[in-house]
Design a protein around this ligand. Structure first.
Ligand code: SDX
Length: 429
């Protein structure tokens, strides 16, 4: 909705650009005609002041530490819902009725198996390959098997692809883990819940019955909810940009997985636990705090800071609570890395540098401790993030495809390279 304008005086000319208002959050200045009007681009590396799209899915207020999915606070969804209910909400925009939830659960459950031929791809990977490398390859390869859900112009195929992605990611992730540790693959079990099925595929072995601990399954399900979607973060923007060219959904999700892998983004949960292990003991924390504050030292406190949250990441609070629940259920009394994490957080939140730069723990700060306690190696942490974020990627991709104003994303640049010059033969160089 446009109600006022922003005035721009440039080259002796005055122009006005409409200001669009959202239902909540910052207004935006519609500058889509700026280049046509002025021959100039805006310049915003890292998109710190750029809204790339209109969306109705997730709202974040970084100053308040608020996160809403279709208007529902993350705290309430984490407390009352389950992950597949949040998937339904993100995809369809409303919480499901009982019948809708049962139908959605049924459809997802019966798409969890992978085409049997895909299991042969794994033998092409080294056993010690990083599981995220395997995920990039396997998810991209889905488009080589599920041709009947790659026509993005067909709403039915878009929904089938969405259900397939949500359903098959746990199976692929569990297979990546089993391959990594040299154990046989475990098939999905239709009688188990989404999270319990995933834990069963990861930790069951053919030699004996494996009973999933319901407290741990609930914790896993909540961790999935916390990672489900997060507005226009780097990997979601990657999925949207890939999808804007008309690429099929499996290829777009593979692009999102590749972007999430970076330590500044989804790779931070693995990096944060490795950092806590490197710090080792509470008495070494000041040395690392000093390094994090030293502009000449590339070291950063992994799991701290956020582009949007300039307050506590609401997911980090719920994650910390889940950490204590899981450690309590497993009878883990003293976890040295948890001690370091709690003391590091206490020091950082009272340190002038972190206060001034508004650096708070983010979702990745505590997740690693929890995931390791659940039995996962650090190399699997970002795989679990990708598993959960798949629904957010798919929901945002679907919203983009269904946007009548959608067009291919094609940013421009500020060019500072050489101006035109003639070729010089090698004899004369
Ligand atoms: C995720 O976007 C999302 O929503 C992402 C995510 C999602 O759900 O999709 O929330 C998931 O990616 C969480 C973030 C995980 N990454 C990390 O924990 C890695 C450590 N954090 C930093 O790399 C950093 O905080 C970022 C990348 C998260 C945010 O970087 P910004 O917004 O580009 O901020 P910046 O790098 O410009 O930092 C501002 C200042 C800088 O100091 P100055 O140059 O102004 O002097 O704060 C400093 C930075 O040096 N700073 C840190 C720091 N993070 C920022 N200093 C020490 N330790 C840190 N962690």
């Amino acid at each position: 909705m446009a109600n006022s304008t922003a005035k721009l005086e440039l080259g002796g000319e005055n122009r006005e650009y409409e200001i669009l208002e959202g239902t909540v959050g910052p207004d935006v200045i519609n500058i889509s005609s700026l280049y046509k009007d002025t021959g100039m681009f805006t310049y915003d590396p890292g998109f710190t002041s750029t809204a790339s799209c209109e969306s109705k899915i997730t709202y974040i207020d970084g100053d308040e530490g608020t996160l809403l999915h279709r208007g529902y606070p993350i705290e309430q969804l984490a407390d009352h819902g389950d992950f597949l209910e949040v998937c339904y909400l993100l995809l369809y925009g409303e919480l499901p009725t009982k019948a809708q939830k049962e139908d959605f659960d049924y459809r997802v459950t019966r798409h969890t198996m992978l085409h049997e031929q895909m299991s042969r791809f794994f033998t092409g990977f080294r056993r010690d390959a990083h599981p995220m490398a395997v995920m990039c390859g396997m998810v991209g390869a889905l488009s080589a098997f599920y041709h009947d859900s790659t026509d993005i112009s067909d709403p039915h195929q878009r929904m089938v692809a969405s259900i397939r992605m949500i359903a098959k990611m746990p199976t692929i992730a569990a297979m990546a883990y089993k391959y990594h540790i040299g154990q046989p693959f475990i098939y999905p079990r239709n009688e188990l819940s989404y999270a319990a099925n995933f834990l069963h595929m990861c930790f069951a072995v053919p030699c004996e019955e494996y009973h999933v601990n319901p407290v741990l399954a609930r914790a896993m399900d909540r961790i999935f909810i916390l990672h489900a979607d997060h507005e226009q973060n780097a990997s979601t923007s990657t999925v949207r940009l890939a999808g804007s060219s008309g690429a099929n959904p499996f290829a777009c999700i593979a692009a999102g997985i590749a972007c999430l892998w970076g330590p500044a983004h989804g790779g931070a949960n693995e990096a944060a636990l490795n950092m806590l292990a490197e710090i080792g003991t509470v008495d070494r924390i000041p040395e690392y705090i000093d390094r994090a504050k030293d502009r000449d030292d590339p070291f950063r406190l992994m799991g701290f800071g956020h582009r949007v949250y300039k307050n506590y990441d609401p997911r980090a609070k719920i994650m910390q609570k889940t950490t204590h629940e899981v450690l309590g259920e497993l009878g883990i009394k003293d976890d040295p890395q948890l001690d370091v994490a709690l003391e590091l957080e206490r020091i950082a939140l009272t340190d002038e540098y972190f206060i001034e730069k508004k650096l708070y723990p983010n979702i990745d700060f505590y997740s690693g401790i929890t995931l390791r306690a659940l039995g996962f190696p650090t190399t699997m942490f970002t795989v679990l993030f990708a598993l959960a974020r798949t629904v957010g990627w798919i929901a945002q991709w679907k919203e983009m495809i269904e946007d009548p104003n959608q067009k291919i994303g094609r940013p421009r640049q500020l060019y500072t390279g050489a101006t035109q010059r003639d070729y010089v033969s090698i004899a004369n160089r």
